[in-house]
Design a protein around this ligand. Sequence first.
Ligand SMILES: Cc1cc2nc3c(=O)[nH]c(=O)nc-3n(C[C@H](O)[C@H](O)[C@H](O)COP(=O)(O)OP(=O)(O)OC[C@H]3O[C@@H](n4cnc5c(N)ncnc54)[C@H](O)[C@@H]3O)c2cc1C
Length: 301
Amino acid sequence: MAEPKPLAPRGRVLLDEPLARHTSWRVGGPADRFFEPADRDDLVAFIRQLPPQEPLLWLGLGSNLLVRDGGFRGTVIALHGALDALRQEDDGTIFAEAGVHCARLAKLAERSQLAGLGFMAGIPGTVGGALAMNAGAWGDETWTHVLAVDVIGAGGATGWCSPAQFAVSYRTVVPPPDFCGFLAARFRVTPDADGEHAATTRRSLAQRKATQPVGRPSAGSTFRNPPGDHAARLIEACGLKGVRRGGAVVSSLHANFILTEDGATAADVEALIAAIISAVRSKTGVELHPEIRVVGEPANA
Ligand SMILES: Cc1cc2nc3c(=O)[nH]c(=O)nc-3n(C[C@H](O)[C@H](O)[C@H](O)COP(=O)(O)OP(=O)(O)OC[C@H]3O[C@@H](n4cnc5c(N)ncnc54)[C@H](O)[C@@H]3O)c2cc1C
């Protein structure tokens, strides 16, 4: 009897999709395959029929990602706008699928008079990206509030895991072996009946708008803060505001932000990152480490 044919995905599969369209720096070459699932079941079925060695790149809003100019040889799994279920459960916790925008999650918590997730209001990424990065702001971070995560393993098995199965630290999350990607999470929240948490969130958002080049193409903070210091302070102290490589330039508002202009390439961003690391090392002795993730192949590889 003939083998049954694998079911065609219900979501979109695009070939040679330029990743510059899907990253906040607006640079990056094409992905061989780009998959936007119709929903969770479609994603799980798609992953189960992939060849075991297929390189995968999970993508949220691409707000912490530098894709090199040669693009990505493999399959991108794009969740924003696809896995977007969000609700408060009967037990008071919040359930969010990985493609939900962090600001939407923060808004639901605020509308429901719940405290704990306000820091997400200013993070322009998805829940999946926040889980992968342990995204944080204003002294708070994602995993402090995680009760459980729904994950898919490399072989396509799915299930809920406890945070204890992940090694979590500042902007770093080491998953258990065989982990493939985040599908959803359940978050702990507390009552914010007097609206104090919501008011603090609004003040912090206003401060962010005043001190960061919000709305211009960037990936937020490029470098992790070194212990006891701030990357932005060190970069500014080295006189690097406004320094550029091609179409990539150090923001004059916030020195840890690299902005891209029309025509910029990922190679420009990488060259500027290398120049900043070298200048800060030689002037202060501090070694800066990128917070952003760099993926893909250089042009002409
Ligand atoms: C203006 C601006 C301000 C920012 N401010 C902050 C801030 O205050 N604090 C902060 O922490 N960050 C900040 N960032 C960075 C960025 O928004 C966060 O890191 C965010 O969590 C990334 O989410 P994303 O969906 O865009 O992830 P992406 O950039 O798409 O991906 C980031 C990483 O997560 C992985 N990933 C994404 N989804 C999944 C998934 N479902 N399963 C497994 N892995 C996945 C990707 O493969 C990649 O390695 C800022 C960025 C910008 C542009």
